[in-house]
Write a protein that binds this ligand. Sequence first.
Ligand code: PMP
Length: 339
Amino acid sequence: MHYYESIIETIGNTPLVKLNKVTKGIPGTILAKVEYFNPGNSVKDRIAIRMIEDAEAAGILKPGGTIIEGTSGNTGMGLALAAVAKGYKCIFTMADKQSQEKIDILRAVGAEVVVCPTNVEPDDPRSYYSVAKKLNQDIPNSFYPNQYDNLSNTQAHYDTTGPEIWTQTGGEITHFAAGVGTGGTICGTARFLKEKNSGVVSVGIDTYGSVFKKYKETGEFDSNEIYPYLTEGIGEDILPKNVDFSVIDHFIKVTDKDAAIMARRLAREEGLFVGWSCGSAVFGALEYARQHLKEDDVMVILLPDHGTRYLAKIYNDNWMKDHGFLETRSFATARDLIR
Ligand code: PMP
């Protein structure tokens, strides 16, 4: 018999898949690390279980405890699955701009969701950050993982994502690219790969409206760089503790539109039905690859999550047109077909 003791054991060991069509004309071998194969459909399962197990080891989280985090998406799902398997309760605070679907998904896996107003400052007592912190203070035996500043996040990638990629490429990897949000993915993975081979180059993918690229290049925290954008999961208006600029060699910024169009191409041309920031990662990485890769190089691009979360957005033609991302309808209508 071969079975897993619980869903937790199925986290990680995700496949590497070669990109064949979107890479046409670009030198080198370009591979995608497809993280939607994790049980919660995202890379965040890796850090969720690690933050929980590190808190258990430190005595911060004890049997019967409650996990509290301000999250709208992938990290919540990862924490909820691990909490079910380990017998913890979960409370997530979310801003009310998030879709009902996202709330329903987290409730489906047993979490309690507290909906908070969107249009208040982060330090307002009603914000989802403040409510999460207050609940953590008020509820005994509760644990607030804080994925931005909790270094178990980076460590999860140093211990799992990095070694997996090193083994899967037989040590041939020359370039690693990933989107940067909390910074855990790129910093943990790149630190491991650079320790194995200091020549491995890491490329961080940032969004327009985020501070990372300018900070790396000038050392200046420029608030003019901060403005609203749509891509979910990457870019920040803060510097999380998990971002270690010393292991990110280059940053490339990608627009919401270029990311959305590339995600749709990955679905249709590669059969990879992936999330919006996967489009950012591939678009940015290929821009770098076009200029710098040689024929013998091996680039790995990490794709964080699945496309289902974005059905009402980038995979909806009307939404794409409303945002000026798509000029013409790309699906044939019934009328086109019978004409
Ligand atoms: N893409 C998506 C969809 C994410 O949820 C995240 C996590 N914020 C990232 C990219 C970036 O990963 P990290 O936080 O490890 O930098």
